[in-house]
Design a protein around this ligand. Structure first.
Ligand SMILES: [Zn+2]
Length: 474
């Protein structure tokens, strides 16, 4: 058995007989691994026991030990293997003893069943495994705990009402629509050209959300989606002025969604707040009108103010006054920035809007000084991984720099942004982070706790949410 470590952090294993061929394939970018373009690999483990194949490994290490100890031990084992490879700085080395040493130390610590060591009882494997071996340490998480992620309580701070209409609710509002037509009009393609292209997809939702009855149905529909996703607290945002095309006043729009929110909370038990958005394309007057609505609905489910829309196409000047007003009235604020535009848009937003949270903000990672600032000021980033890939900030999720943001200690949460346009649930976002970045419960729980700390909710609500999260996740 061998283990190859790819420069992207993944591992590959196979039987020893084809090692040379596999090394060549990896280094030339050819063969079964052709999708990886010439990624450097190094041999981190070479095991002479050809009978020990991955299935055997899995059986002995995964099925027999208690879960936490298994994961700890396997992680330790792989960590040692990697360290040893680095020390030796040798692409080919033999270390058949290492597994035994790790097992021995684990046995001494009482971590391992006595019969869990390597023996030769397993038939020799002739099968080549093209596995990502790093997932071995998370197998248990994948198959048991991660499978149940949808049931674990979650917090979501960044979620647009008009981008999150299920087929069922659209069918109620437009009975003639087929599922294919719904997918065509309401769901975005896996890749949009940019944020502007992405935003054109919200149009279909806004068109059907022009009456009080429709606003109620769409809001209740979202509560059902949140409940199914295990979300226990959500901050739902929308731009009231977008829903006045058929004569509703902005006040009537907010009242309808606020009333439906109360109904949704009562029906599902999902707690929620509403954030009213102005748009980048709006005038100073429209932004002021929106922030006045937040003030007018103080004490209801309306909890905050946001600016959304095409960041690249419109400067911030027209909205400075509204954010100044919000601050003067102690209205909690968040603001979209650092999505379509780079770190400068985050700096500008912080300087002129002074929000306590940034919607996305992921491109802050391009400026170390900004990262330090965000951390020092405890500005929270509402990160929406799948949305960022769809709007082409990153080619693939594996290119997303959220692990760097997480490691930097900046407060951040994971959110869907647009459940329909991006065609994603929060559970799926978590699963993707587990698969791609090997995130475990620890990281996910931490992000949820940070979301609570920065939620626009009362301390009483936050305390209750914390208790519920900790009780379920630990
Ligand atoms: Zn957004």
């Amino acid at each position: 058995m061998y283990i190859l470590e790819c420069s992207d952090g993944s591992y590959y294993t196979g039987s020893t007989k084809d090692l040379d061929q596999r090394m060549e394939q990896h280094q030339s970018g050819e063969g079964a691994n052709h999708t990886r373009k010439r990624l450097p690999v190094k041999l981190v483990y070479y095991e002479t026991f050809s009978r020990i194949d991955e299935a055997f490994y899995r059986e002995k290490l995964i099925q027999k030990w208690s879960r936490k100890k298994k994961i700890a031990l396997i992680n330790r084992q792989f960590g040692e293997l990697k360290q040893l490879a680095e020390c030796q700085n040798d692409s080919h080395f033999r270390n058949a003893a290492l597994d035994s040493a790790a097992l021995d130390s684990a046995r001494a610590a009482g971590d391992v069943d006595n019969d869990a060591g390597f023996d030769s009882a397993q038939p020799a494997s002739t099968v080549d495994h093209e596995h990502n071996l790093s997932s071995l340490s998370e197998v248990e998480m994948s198959e048991v705990e991660m499978r149940d992620l949808s049931n674990l309580p979650k917090i979501e701070l960044h979620l647009h009402l008009d981008c999150s209409l299920s087929y069922q609710v659209v069918k109620q509002l437009r009975p003639e629509i087929t599922e294919a037509e719904y997918r065509q009009s309401f769901v975005g393609p896996p890749k949009c050209t940019d944020l502007k292209d992405f935003l054109t997809r919200a149009r279909a939702g806004i068109e059907v959300m022009q009456t009080e009855a429709a606003l109620r149905l769409v809001t209740l529909d979202l509560f059902e989606q949140l409940q199914a996703d295990g979300v226990i607290y959500a901050e739902i945002r929308f731009a009231p002025l977008l829903h006045t095309e058929k004569g509703l006043t902005p006040e009537a729009v907010v009242a309808a969604i606020n009333d439906a929110t109360a109904e949704g909370i009562a029906r599902t038990g999902v707690q929620a707040g509403l954030i009213l958005c102005t748009l980048r394309s709006y005038s100073e007057e429209q932004s002021m009108q929106t922030v006045h609505l937040v003030e007018q609905f103080a004490g209801t489910h309306v909890v905050g103010f946001d600016i959304a829309g095409d960041e690249a196409g419109f400067p911030i000047d027209a909205h400075i006054k509204a954010f100044q007003y919000a601050r003067s009235r102690h209205i909690p604020c968040t603001a979209h920035a650092g999505e379509a535009c780079g770190a400068k848009s985050v700096w500008d937003t912080l300087e002129y809007f002074q929000p306590s949270r940034i919607g996305h903000g992921v491109r802050s990672v391009e400026d170390p000084e900004l990262m330090d600032y965000l951390k020092a000021r405890q500005i929270h980033l509402e990160i929406c991984p799948a949305s960022n890939v769809q709007t082409n900030i990153y080619d693939q999720l594996k290119d997303h720099r959220l692990p760097e943001i997480y490691r930097s200690g900046i407060s951040m949460s994971i959110n869907t942004d647009a459940r329909t346009i991006t065609d994603v649930t929060l559970t799926e976002e978590y699963q993707h982070l587990h698969t791609i970045f090997h995130w475990q419960k620890e990281e996910l729980l931490h992000c949820n706790m940070e979301a609570i700390s920065h939620a626009f909710a009362t301390e009483e609500v936050k305390a209750d949410l914390r208790l519920r999260l900790l009780a379920a996740w630990q």
